[in-house]
Design a protein around this ligand. Structure first.
Ligand code: GLC
Length: 538
Protein backbone atom coordinates (compact mmCIF):
# COMPACT_ATOMS: atom_id res chain seq x y z
CA UNK A 1 0.00 0.00 0.00
CA UNK A 2 1.48 3.27 -1.13
CA UNK A 3 0.32 6.36 0.72
CA UNK A 4 0.42 9.63 -1.19
CA UNK A 5 1.86 12.45 0.89
CA UNK A 6 0.90 15.85 -0.47
CA UNK A 7 3.73 17.41 1.44
CA UNK A 8 2.45 20.98 1.84
CA UNK A 9 -0.76 19.67 3.42
CA UNK A 10 0.40 16.70 5.48
CA UNK A 11 1.91 18.08 8.70
CA UNK A 12 3.61 21.38 9.50
CA UNK A 13 6.65 20.97 11.75
CA UNK A 14 7.92 24.57 11.86
CA UNK A 15 4.67 26.47 12.30
CA UNK A 16 4.69 28.44 9.04
CA UNK A 17 1.31 27.10 7.92
CA UNK A 18 2.81 24.78 5.28
CA UNK A 19 3.55 21.07 5.64
CA UNK A 20 7.20 20.04 5.61
CA UNK A 21 9.71 17.24 6.09
CA UNK A 22 9.90 17.84 9.83
CA UNK A 23 6.12 17.43 10.09
CA UNK A 24 6.24 14.29 7.99
CA UNK A 25 9.01 12.82 10.16
CA UNK A 26 6.88 13.43 13.24
CA UNK A 27 4.06 11.34 11.75
CA UNK A 28 5.96 8.24 10.67
CA UNK A 29 4.35 6.48 13.63
CA UNK A 30 0.90 7.26 12.25
CA UNK A 31 1.89 5.86 8.85
CA UNK A 32 3.26 2.68 10.43
CA UNK A 33 0.11 2.20 12.48
CA UNK A 34 -1.97 2.62 9.34
CA UNK A 35 0.01 -0.14 7.63
CA UNK A 36 1.79 1.85 4.94
CA UNK A 37 4.41 0.01 2.86
CA UNK A 38 5.66 3.05 0.98
CA UNK A 39 5.01 6.77 0.71
CA UNK A 40 4.94 8.76 -2.51
CA UNK A 41 5.88 12.35 -1.73
CA UNK A 42 4.67 14.98 -4.22
CA UNK A 43 7.42 17.35 -5.46
CA UNK A 44 9.46 18.95 -2.69
CA UNK A 45 12.09 20.45 -4.98
CA UNK A 46 13.05 24.08 -5.19
CA UNK A 47 10.34 25.84 -7.14
CA UNK A 48 8.45 29.12 -7.48
CA UNK A 49 5.35 27.01 -6.67
CA UNK A 50 3.13 28.27 -9.46
CA UNK A 51 1.76 24.74 -9.83
CA UNK A 52 2.29 23.49 -6.28
CA UNK A 53 5.85 22.34 -7.02
CA UNK A 54 5.18 20.64 -10.37
CA UNK A 55 7.24 23.53 -11.69
CA UNK A 56 10.78 22.64 -10.63
CA UNK A 57 13.61 25.17 -10.62
CA UNK A 58 16.26 22.89 -9.09
CA UNK A 59 15.75 19.11 -9.12
CA UNK A 60 18.57 18.47 -6.67
CA UNK A 61 17.47 20.90 -3.96
CA UNK A 62 14.63 20.74 -1.44
CA UNK A 63 12.50 23.89 -1.27
CA UNK A 64 13.45 25.73 1.94
CA UNK A 65 9.84 25.76 3.08
CA UNK A 66 9.91 21.94 3.17
CA UNK A 67 13.40 21.58 4.68
CA UNK A 68 16.83 20.59 3.44
CA UNK A 69 18.46 17.72 1.58
CA UNK A 70 19.95 16.66 4.91
CA UNK A 71 16.47 16.41 6.43
CA UNK A 72 15.36 14.46 3.39
CA UNK A 73 18.19 12.02 4.00
CA UNK A 74 17.12 11.66 7.65
CA UNK A 75 13.51 11.12 6.65
CA UNK A 76 14.49 8.37 4.22
CA UNK A 77 16.55 6.68 6.93
CA UNK A 78 13.76 6.87 9.47
CA UNK A 79 11.18 5.60 7.00
CA UNK A 80 13.42 2.68 6.10
CA UNK A 81 13.90 1.88 9.78
CA UNK A 82 10.09 1.75 10.07
CA UNK A 83 9.85 -0.54 7.03
CA UNK A 84 8.46 2.21 4.78
CA UNK A 85 9.90 2.86 1.32
CA UNK A 86 10.15 6.35 -0.11
CA UNK A 87 9.03 7.29 -3.62
CA UNK A 88 9.58 10.80 -4.98
CA UNK A 89 7.81 12.56 -7.83
CA UNK A 90 9.93 13.43 -10.89
CA UNK A 91 8.64 16.06 -13.32
CA UNK A 92 10.42 15.43 -16.64
CA UNK A 93 7.96 16.93 -19.13
CA UNK A 94 8.67 20.51 -18.14
CA UNK A 95 10.79 22.62 -15.83
CA UNK A 96 9.86 25.83 -14.10
CA UNK A 97 10.36 29.00 -16.10
CA UNK A 98 12.82 29.87 -13.31
CA UNK A 99 15.02 26.88 -14.01
CA UNK A 100 18.51 28.13 -15.01
CA UNK A 101 18.13 26.44 -18.40
CA UNK A 102 14.99 28.36 -19.22
CA UNK A 103 16.42 31.64 -18.00
CA UNK A 104 19.41 31.08 -20.23
CA UNK A 105 17.07 30.26 -23.12
CA UNK A 106 15.24 33.55 -22.66
CA UNK A 107 18.49 35.46 -22.70
CA UNK A 108 19.78 33.77 -25.83
CA UNK A 109 18.67 34.00 -29.45
CA UNK A 110 16.50 31.94 -31.77
CA UNK A 111 18.38 28.84 -32.91
CA UNK A 112 20.73 28.82 -29.89
CA UNK A 113 21.84 25.74 -27.97
CA UNK A 114 20.08 27.20 -24.91
CA UNK A 115 16.74 27.30 -26.73
CA UNK A 116 17.17 23.80 -28.15
CA UNK A 117 16.49 22.28 -24.73
CA UNK A 118 12.90 23.56 -24.95
CA UNK A 119 10.45 24.01 -27.82
CA UNK A 120 10.91 27.52 -29.18
CA UNK A 121 9.32 28.33 -32.56
CA UNK A 122 8.45 31.33 -34.68
CA UNK A 123 4.75 32.15 -34.65
CA UNK A 124 2.37 31.96 -37.58
CA UNK A 125 0.86 34.98 -39.32
CA UNK A 126 4.12 36.85 -39.34
CA UNK A 127 4.80 35.74 -35.77
CA UNK A 128 1.52 37.04 -34.34
CA UNK A 129 -0.22 33.67 -33.75
CA UNK A 130 1.00 30.60 -31.86
CA UNK A 131 3.02 28.09 -33.93
CA UNK A 132 0.23 25.47 -33.74
CA UNK A 133 -3.23 24.86 -32.27
CA UNK A 134 -2.24 22.99 -29.11
CA UNK A 135 -4.00 24.01 -25.91
CA UNK A 136 -2.79 24.06 -22.33
CA UNK A 137 -4.29 21.44 -20.02
CA UNK A 138 -4.90 24.32 -17.63
CA UNK A 139 -6.70 26.49 -20.20
CA UNK A 140 -5.69 28.85 -23.01
CA UNK A 141 -3.09 28.24 -25.71
CA UNK A 142 -0.09 25.99 -25.02
CA UNK A 143 2.23 28.73 -26.29
CA UNK A 144 3.55 31.99 -24.88
CA UNK A 145 5.46 34.60 -26.84
CA UNK A 146 8.76 35.92 -25.53
CA UNK A 147 10.54 39.15 -26.00
CA UNK A 148 13.58 38.89 -28.25
CA UNK A 149 15.92 41.85 -27.94
CA UNK A 150 13.15 44.28 -27.00
CA UNK A 151 10.68 43.05 -29.63
CA UNK A 152 7.99 40.32 -29.64
CA UNK A 153 9.88 37.24 -30.73
CA UNK A 154 9.56 33.44 -30.62
CA UNK A 155 6.96 31.38 -28.81
CA UNK A 156 7.66 28.53 -26.36
CA UNK A 157 5.55 25.48 -25.68
CA UNK A 158 3.91 24.73 -22.32
CA UNK A 159 1.31 21.98 -22.13
CA UNK A 160 0.50 23.20 -18.61
CA UNK A 161 0.99 26.67 -17.09
CA UNK A 162 3.09 29.29 -18.87
CA UNK A 163 5.51 28.92 -15.95
CA UNK A 164 6.08 25.26 -16.99
CA UNK A 165 7.96 25.25 -20.33
CA UNK A 166 8.09 21.80 -21.98
CA UNK A 167 11.53 20.28 -22.35
CA UNK A 168 12.74 18.96 -25.68
CA UNK A 169 13.44 15.26 -25.13
CA UNK A 170 15.14 14.95 -28.52
CA UNK A 171 17.98 16.87 -26.91
CA UNK A 172 20.61 14.49 -25.51
CA UNK A 173 21.57 16.92 -22.78
CA UNK A 174 18.03 16.77 -21.42
CA UNK A 175 18.18 12.98 -21.32
CA UNK A 176 21.57 12.93 -19.61
CA UNK A 177 20.51 15.51 -17.06
CA UNK A 178 17.47 13.55 -15.94
CA UNK A 179 19.41 10.32 -15.57
CA UNK A 180 21.81 12.25 -13.41
CA UNK A 181 18.96 13.63 -11.27
CA UNK A 182 17.57 10.11 -10.80
CA UNK A 183 21.01 8.90 -9.76
CA UNK A 184 21.36 11.77 -7.30
CA UNK A 185 18.22 10.75 -5.39
CA UNK A 186 18.75 7.00 -5.75
CA UNK A 187 22.20 7.48 -4.21
CA UNK A 188 20.54 9.28 -1.33
CA UNK A 189 18.43 6.18 -0.65
CA UNK A 190 15.20 6.98 -2.49
CA UNK A 191 13.42 3.76 -3.53
CA UNK A 192 11.64 4.96 -6.64
CA UNK A 193 9.85 7.66 -8.57
CA UNK A 194 6.37 8.45 -9.69
CA UNK A 195 6.75 9.96 -13.16
CA UNK A 196 4.65 13.06 -13.75
CA UNK A 197 2.77 13.21 -17.09
CA UNK A 198 4.81 10.22 -18.23
CA UNK A 199 3.15 10.00 -21.64
CA UNK A 200 3.88 13.54 -22.85
CA UNK A 201 7.67 13.80 -23.06
CA UNK A 202 8.12 13.14 -26.78
CA UNK A 203 6.46 15.44 -29.33
CA UNK A 204 5.83 14.70 -33.02
CA UNK A 205 8.49 16.06 -35.38
CA UNK A 206 7.45 19.43 -36.72
CA UNK A 207 4.88 19.89 -33.94
CA UNK A 208 1.86 19.48 -36.26
CA UNK A 209 -1.59 20.84 -35.43
CA UNK A 210 -3.82 18.64 -33.32
CA UNK A 211 -6.87 19.71 -35.29
CA UNK A 212 -9.29 20.14 -32.44
CA UNK A 213 -11.92 22.87 -32.45
CA UNK A 214 -11.39 25.93 -30.32
CA UNK A 215 -12.61 25.55 -26.80
CA UNK A 216 -11.69 21.87 -26.41
CA UNK A 217 -9.30 22.36 -23.52
CA UNK A 218 -8.32 18.71 -23.34
CA UNK A 219 -8.00 16.94 -26.64
CA UNK A 220 -8.76 13.25 -27.09
CA UNK A 221 -5.68 11.50 -25.76
CA UNK A 222 -6.60 8.18 -27.37
CA UNK A 223 -6.29 9.53 -30.88
CA UNK A 224 -3.75 7.51 -32.90
CA UNK A 225 -0.57 9.38 -33.72
CA UNK A 226 -1.34 12.09 -31.19
CA UNK A 227 1.32 14.80 -31.61
CA UNK A 228 2.03 15.24 -27.87
CA UNK A 229 0.81 12.13 -26.06
CA UNK A 230 1.91 8.50 -25.92
CA UNK A 231 4.34 8.59 -28.83
CA UNK A 232 6.25 5.37 -29.42
CA UNK A 233 9.64 7.00 -28.89
CA UNK A 234 8.83 7.76 -25.23
CA UNK A 235 9.47 4.10 -24.43
CA UNK A 236 13.16 4.43 -25.28
CA UNK A 237 13.51 6.91 -22.43
CA UNK A 238 11.92 4.51 -19.96
CA UNK A 239 14.06 1.59 -21.12
CA UNK A 240 17.10 3.69 -20.27
CA UNK A 241 15.61 4.61 -16.90
CA UNK A 242 14.87 0.98 -16.15
CA UNK A 243 18.48 0.01 -16.83
CA UNK A 244 19.52 2.70 -14.41
CA UNK A 245 17.07 1.55 -11.71
CA UNK A 246 18.20 -2.05 -12.15
CA UNK A 247 21.83 -1.11 -11.65
CA UNK A 248 21.02 -0.44 -7.96
CA UNK A 249 20.88 -3.02 -5.20
CA UNK A 250 18.06 -3.33 -4.34
CA UNK A 251 16.69 -2.20 -7.71
CA UNK A 252 14.72 1.04 -7.68
CA UNK A 253 11.19 1.36 -9.08
CA UNK A 254 8.99 3.60 -11.23
CA UNK A 255 5.25 4.30 -11.39
CA UNK A 256 3.97 6.20 -14.42
CA UNK A 257 1.22 8.77 -14.34
CA UNK A 258 -0.44 7.85 -17.63
CA UNK A 259 -3.98 9.04 -18.33
CA UNK A 260 -4.55 6.65 -21.25
CA UNK A 261 -7.86 4.95 -21.97
CA UNK A 262 -6.50 2.28 -24.24
CA UNK A 263 -5.45 -0.75 -22.17
CA UNK A 264 -3.00 -2.01 -24.78
CA UNK A 265 -1.27 1.33 -25.09
CA UNK A 266 -1.09 1.61 -21.31
CA UNK A 267 0.38 -1.86 -20.92
CA UNK A 268 3.33 -0.88 -23.12
CA UNK A 269 4.67 1.29 -20.27
CA UNK A 270 5.01 -1.74 -18.00
CA UNK A 271 6.69 -4.20 -20.35
CA UNK A 272 9.40 -6.18 -18.55
CA UNK A 273 12.20 -3.83 -19.60
CA UNK A 274 10.28 -0.59 -18.88
CA UNK A 275 8.48 0.86 -15.88
CA UNK A 276 7.22 -1.27 -13.00
CA UNK A 277 3.68 0.04 -12.62
CA UNK A 278 1.34 2.66 -13.98
CA UNK A 279 -1.09 4.54 -11.79
CA UNK A 280 -4.48 3.05 -12.60
CA UNK A 281 -6.47 6.00 -13.74
CA UNK A 282 -9.34 3.95 -15.25
CA UNK A 283 -10.43 3.21 -11.78
CA UNK A 284 -10.52 6.89 -10.77
CA UNK A 285 -12.47 7.75 -13.88
CA UNK A 286 -15.10 5.06 -13.43
CA UNK A 287 -18.61 5.80 -12.18
CA UNK A 288 -19.65 4.17 -8.90
CA UNK A 289 -21.92 1.48 -10.39
CA UNK A 290 -21.50 -2.28 -10.29
CA UNK A 291 -21.20 -2.52 -14.05
CA UNK A 292 -18.77 0.32 -14.49
CA UNK A 293 -16.49 -0.70 -11.61
CA UNK A 294 -16.40 -4.30 -12.80
CA UNK A 295 -15.49 -3.17 -16.31
CA UNK A 296 -12.74 -0.91 -14.95
CA UNK A 297 -11.34 -3.69 -12.77
CA UNK A 298 -11.35 -6.23 -15.59
CA UNK A 299 -9.75 -3.78 -18.00
CA UNK A 300 -6.98 -2.88 -15.58
CA UNK A 301 -6.19 -6.49 -14.74
CA UNK A 302 -6.19 -7.49 -18.40
CA UNK A 303 -3.93 -4.61 -19.38
CA UNK A 304 -1.22 -5.44 -16.91
CA UNK A 305 -1.59 -9.23 -16.97
CA UNK A 306 -0.81 -9.17 -20.68
CA UNK A 307 2.72 -8.00 -19.91
CA UNK A 308 3.11 -9.65 -16.50
CA UNK A 309 3.07 -6.41 -14.48
CA UNK A 310 1.20 -5.86 -11.22
CA UNK A 311 -2.02 -3.86 -11.26
CA UNK A 312 -2.42 -0.73 -9.17
CA UNK A 313 -5.55 0.88 -7.75
CA UNK A 314 -6.27 4.42 -6.60
CA UNK A 315 -9.55 6.08 -5.74
CA UNK A 316 -8.20 9.60 -5.82
CA UNK A 317 -5.16 11.85 -5.82
CA UNK A 318 -4.30 15.54 -5.55
CA UNK A 319 -5.69 16.26 -9.04
CA UNK A 320 -9.27 15.04 -8.62
CA UNK A 321 -12.17 15.55 -6.25
CA UNK A 322 -11.99 13.46 -3.10
CA UNK A 323 -13.93 10.19 -3.12
CA UNK A 324 -16.56 11.33 -0.60
CA UNK A 325 -17.39 14.33 -2.76
CA UNK A 326 -17.28 12.57 -6.10
CA UNK A 327 -19.39 9.66 -4.90
CA UNK A 328 -21.84 12.01 -3.22
CA UNK A 329 -22.97 13.34 -6.59
CA UNK A 330 -25.72 12.01 -8.83
CA UNK A 331 -23.10 11.47 -11.57
CA UNK A 332 -20.11 9.82 -9.92
CA UNK A 333 -17.74 9.86 -12.90
CA UNK A 334 -14.64 11.96 -12.58
CA UNK A 335 -14.71 14.74 -15.17
CA UNK A 336 -11.33 16.05 -16.34
CA UNK A 337 -10.37 19.33 -14.78
CA UNK A 338 -13.84 20.06 -13.49
CA UNK A 339 -14.80 20.29 -9.84
CA UNK A 340 -16.97 22.26 -7.49
CA UNK A 341 -20.62 23.30 -7.54
CA UNK A 342 -20.78 23.38 -11.35
CA UNK A 343 -21.06 19.58 -11.10
CA UNK A 344 -24.23 19.75 -9.02
CA UNK A 345 -25.08 19.12 -5.37
CA UNK A 346 -23.21 16.70 -3.12
CA UNK A 347 -24.93 14.36 -0.67
CA UNK A 348 -22.00 13.90 1.70
CA UNK A 349 -23.65 11.23 3.77
CA UNK A 350 -24.20 9.11 0.69
CA UNK A 351 -20.67 9.92 -0.49
CA UNK A 352 -19.28 8.69 2.84
CA UNK A 353 -21.15 5.39 2.71
CA UNK A 354 -20.00 4.79 -0.82
CA UNK A 355 -16.44 5.83 -0.02
CA UNK A 356 -16.33 3.26 2.79
CA UNK A 357 -17.57 0.56 0.43
CA UNK A 358 -15.05 1.75 -2.15
CA UNK A 359 -12.27 1.39 0.42
CA UNK A 360 -13.15 -2.27 1.03
CA UNK A 361 -13.53 -2.93 -2.69
CA UNK A 362 -10.19 -1.32 -3.50
CA UNK A 363 -8.23 -2.92 -0.69
CA UNK A 364 -9.52 -6.35 -1.74
CA UNK A 365 -8.20 -6.11 -5.29
CA UNK A 366 -5.00 -7.86 -6.37
CA UNK A 367 -1.93 -5.65 -6.81
CA UNK A 368 -0.87 -2.45 -5.10
CA UNK A 369 -3.10 0.29 -3.77
CA UNK A 370 -2.46 4.03 -3.59
CA UNK A 371 -4.22 5.96 -0.85
CA UNK A 372 -4.34 9.73 -1.08
CA UNK A 373 -3.71 11.35 2.31
CA UNK A 374 -6.96 12.17 4.10
CA UNK A 375 -9.04 9.59 2.25
CA UNK A 376 -8.44 7.29 5.22
CA UNK A 377 -10.12 10.00 7.32
CA UNK A 378 -13.11 10.21 4.98
CA UNK A 379 -12.47 13.88 4.19
CA UNK A 380 -14.62 15.61 1.59
CA UNK A 381 -13.47 18.41 -0.71
CA UNK A 382 -13.42 21.75 1.06
CA UNK A 383 -15.19 24.75 -0.37
CA UNK A 384 -12.33 27.23 -0.91
CA UNK A 385 -13.38 30.87 -1.29
CA UNK A 386 -12.32 32.41 -4.58
CA UNK A 387 -9.75 34.76 -3.02
CA UNK A 388 -7.91 31.86 -1.36
CA UNK A 389 -7.64 29.59 -4.41
CA UNK A 390 -4.11 28.79 -5.54
CA UNK A 391 -4.47 26.37 -8.43
CA UNK A 392 -3.38 27.85 -11.79
CA UNK A 393 -6.41 26.11 -13.34
CA UNK A 394 -8.57 28.68 -11.56
CA UNK A 395 -6.67 31.66 -12.93
CA UNK A 396 -5.89 30.29 -16.39
CA UNK A 397 -9.53 29.40 -16.99
CA UNK A 398 -10.58 32.90 -15.98
CA UNK A 399 -12.53 31.46 -13.04
CA UNK A 400 -14.54 29.03 -15.18
CA UNK A 401 -12.92 25.94 -13.64
CA UNK A 402 -12.58 25.70 -9.88
CA UNK A 403 -9.34 23.80 -9.91
CA UNK A 404 -8.02 21.28 -7.45
CA UNK A 405 -7.57 23.20 -4.19
CA UNK A 406 -10.63 21.59 -2.55
CA UNK A 407 -8.82 18.23 -2.36
CA UNK A 408 -5.53 19.74 -1.15
CA UNK A 409 -6.48 21.20 2.22
CA UNK A 410 -4.13 20.56 5.18
CA UNK A 411 -5.04 17.48 7.21
CA UNK A 412 -6.85 17.64 10.55
CA UNK A 413 -4.84 15.74 13.17
CA UNK A 414 -6.63 16.83 16.37
CA UNK A 415 -10.27 17.79 16.99
CA UNK A 416 -9.33 21.26 18.26
CA UNK A 417 -6.65 23.89 17.83
CA UNK A 418 -6.04 26.62 15.26
CA UNK A 419 -5.42 24.23 12.36
CA UNK A 420 -6.68 20.98 13.88
CA UNK A 421 -3.16 20.01 14.88
CA UNK A 422 -1.77 20.47 11.36
CA UNK A 423 0.72 22.98 12.77
CA UNK A 424 1.05 25.70 15.37
CA UNK A 425 0.04 28.59 13.17
CA UNK A 426 -2.85 28.01 10.85
CA UNK A 427 -2.94 26.41 7.43
CA UNK A 428 -2.10 27.68 3.94
CA UNK A 429 -5.57 26.76 2.64
CA UNK A 430 -8.61 27.33 4.87
CA UNK A 431 -9.89 24.18 6.60
CA UNK A 432 -13.65 23.69 6.92
CA UNK A 433 -15.23 24.59 10.26
CA UNK A 434 -16.73 21.12 10.68
CA UNK A 435 -13.46 19.15 10.41
CA UNK A 436 -12.91 18.51 14.15
CA UNK A 437 -14.70 15.14 14.26
CA UNK A 438 -12.77 14.01 11.17
CA UNK A 439 -9.39 14.54 12.84
CA UNK A 440 -7.13 11.50 13.08
CA UNK A 441 -7.06 11.46 16.89
CA UNK A 442 -10.84 11.95 17.07
CA UNK A 443 -11.33 8.83 14.95
CA UNK A 444 -8.65 6.63 16.49
CA UNK A 445 -10.16 3.92 18.67
CA UNK A 446 -13.71 4.45 17.35
CA UNK A 447 -14.59 1.25 15.51
CA UNK A 448 -17.27 2.98 13.47
CA UNK A 449 -14.80 5.54 12.07
CA UNK A 450 -13.24 5.71 8.62
CA UNK A 451 -9.76 5.52 10.05
CA UNK A 452 -10.43 2.32 11.96
CA UNK A 453 -12.11 0.79 8.90
CA UNK A 454 -8.96 1.51 6.89
CA UNK A 455 -6.69 0.23 9.65
CA UNK A 456 -8.65 -2.98 10.09
CA UNK A 457 -8.79 -3.55 6.34
CA UNK A 458 -5.07 -2.94 5.93
CA UNK A 459 -4.29 -5.31 8.81
CA UNK A 460 -6.37 -8.06 7.20
CA UNK A 461 -4.82 -7.30 3.85
CA UNK A 462 -1.46 -8.30 5.30
CA UNK A 463 -2.59 -11.23 7.40
CA UNK A 464 -5.50 -12.99 5.68
CA UNK A 465 -4.01 -15.67 3.43
CA UNK A 466 -6.55 -15.03 0.67
CA UNK A 467 -5.79 -11.31 0.63
CA UNK A 468 -2.08 -11.31 1.18
CA UNK A 469 -1.62 -13.41 -1.95
CA UNK A 470 -4.63 -12.18 -3.89
CA UNK A 471 -3.91 -12.65 -7.56
CA UNK A 472 -6.75 -14.83 -8.72
CA UNK A 473 -9.84 -12.65 -8.63
CA UNK A 474 -12.97 -14.67 -9.54
CA UNK A 475 -16.32 -13.02 -10.05
CA UNK A 476 -19.45 -14.72 -8.68
CA UNK A 477 -23.08 -14.41 -9.71
CA UNK A 478 -24.84 -11.61 -7.89
CA UNK A 479 -27.87 -9.40 -8.52
CA UNK A 480 -27.46 -6.38 -10.83
CA UNK A 481 -26.24 -3.81 -8.35
CA UNK A 482 -24.02 -6.16 -6.33
CA UNK A 483 -20.47 -7.26 -7.11
CA UNK A 484 -19.07 -10.42 -5.52
CA UNK A 485 -15.63 -11.92 -5.95
CA UNK A 486 -13.31 -14.31 -4.18
CA UNK A 487 -9.63 -15.04 -3.88
CA UNK A 488 -8.26 -18.34 -2.74
CA UNK A 489 -7.82 -19.43 -0.10
CA UNK A 490 -11.04 -18.45 1.55
CA UNK A 491 -11.56 -14.73 0.97
CA UNK A 492 -14.66 -13.04 -0.43
CA UNK A 493 -15.70 -9.44 -1.05
CA UNK A 494 -19.27 -8.30 -1.70
CA UNK A 495 -20.18 -4.72 -2.61
CA UNK A 496 -23.74 -3.43 -2.72
CA UNK A 497 -24.08 -0.42 -5.03
CA UNK A 498 -27.84 -0.30 -4.50
CA UNK A 499 -29.91 1.62 -1.97
CA UNK A 500 -31.60 -1.36 -0.28
CA UNK A 501 -29.97 -4.17 1.75
CA UNK A 502 -28.93 -7.09 -0.46
CA UNK A 503 -28.49 -10.77 0.43
CA UNK A 504 -24.83 -11.82 0.55
CA UNK A 505 -24.38 -14.24 -2.35
CA UNK A 506 -21.44 -16.15 -0.78
CA UNK A 507 -21.33 -18.38 2.28
CA UNK A 508 -18.85 -17.25 4.88
CA UNK A 509 -18.16 -15.45 8.14
CA UNK A 510 -18.08 -11.65 8.02
CA UNK A 511 -14.52 -10.41 8.64
CA UNK A 512 -15.24 -6.72 8.17
CA UNK A 513 -18.23 -4.64 7.08
CA UNK A 514 -18.78 -0.98 6.33
CA UNK A 515 -22.01 -1.02 8.33
CA UNK A 516 -22.77 -3.49 11.07
CA UNK A 517 -26.30 -2.22 11.60
CA UNK A 518 -27.85 -4.58 9.05
CA UNK A 519 -29.23 -8.05 9.72
CA UNK A 520 -27.00 -11.09 9.33
CA UNK A 521 -26.72 -12.38 5.78
CA UNK A 522 -27.29 -8.94 4.26
CA UNK A 523 -24.94 -6.33 2.94
CA UNK A 524 -25.95 -2.76 3.73
CA UNK A 525 -27.14 -0.31 1.08
CA UNK A 526 -24.08 1.44 -0.41
CA UNK A 527 -22.00 -0.94 1.68
CA UNK A 528 -19.48 -3.76 1.45
CA UNK A 529 -18.42 -6.81 3.42
CA UNK A 530 -15.33 -8.96 3.55
CA UNK A 531 -15.87 -12.65 4.19
CA UNK A 532 -13.84 -15.53 5.45
CA UNK A 533 -15.32 -18.26 3.29
CA UNK A 534 -16.15 -21.65 4.64
CA UNK A 535 -15.84 -22.92 1.12
CA UNK A 536 -15.27 -21.53 -2.31
CA UNK A 537 -18.41 -22.08 -4.37
CA UNK A 538 -17.56 -23.82 -7.59
C1 GLC B 1 0.41 16.03 -13.16
C2 GLC B 1 0.30 16.39 -11.69
C3 GLC B 1 -0.45 17.68 -11.57
C4 GLC B 1 0.33 18.76 -12.28
C5 GLC B 1 0.61 18.37 -13.73
C6 GLC B 1 1.65 19.24 -14.36
O1 GLC B 1 -0.80 15.74 -13.74
O2 GLC B 1 -0.30 15.34 -10.98
O3 GLC B 1 -0.69 18.03 -10.24
O4 GLC B 1 -0.39 19.95 -12.26
O5 GLC B 1 1.09 17.05 -13.84
O6 GLC B 1 2.92 18.94 -13.87
Amino acid sequence: MIYQVYIQSFADGNGDGVGDIEGLRSRIGYLSALGVDAIWITPWFDSPLRDAGYDVADYRAVHPRYGTVEEARQLIKECHAAGIRVILDIVPNHTSSEHPWFRAALQSSPGSVERSRYHFRAGRDGGESPPNDWLSVFGGPAWTRVDDHGRPGEWYLHLFDASQPDLNWDNQQVRAEFEDILRYWFDLGVDGFRIDVATALVKAPGLPDLGYPDGAFLADLTRPDHPHRDRDEVHDIYRDWRRLADSYDPPRMFAAEAWLDDADRLSRYVRPDELHTTLNLYYIKSAWTAESMRTAIDAAIAATAAVGAPTTWALSNHDVERVVTRYGRADTRRRPGVAGPQLGPVDEQLGRRRARAAALLTLALPGSVYIYQGDELGLADADIPAHARQDPIWTRSGGRRWGRDGARVPLPWTAHGPSYGFGDNGAWLPQPAEWGPHAATAQAGDDSSFLELYRAALRLRRTHPGLARANDLRWHDAPGDVLAFTHSPGFGCVVNFGSTPAPIPLAGRVLLATDTAVAEGLVAPHGAVWLDLEYIPS
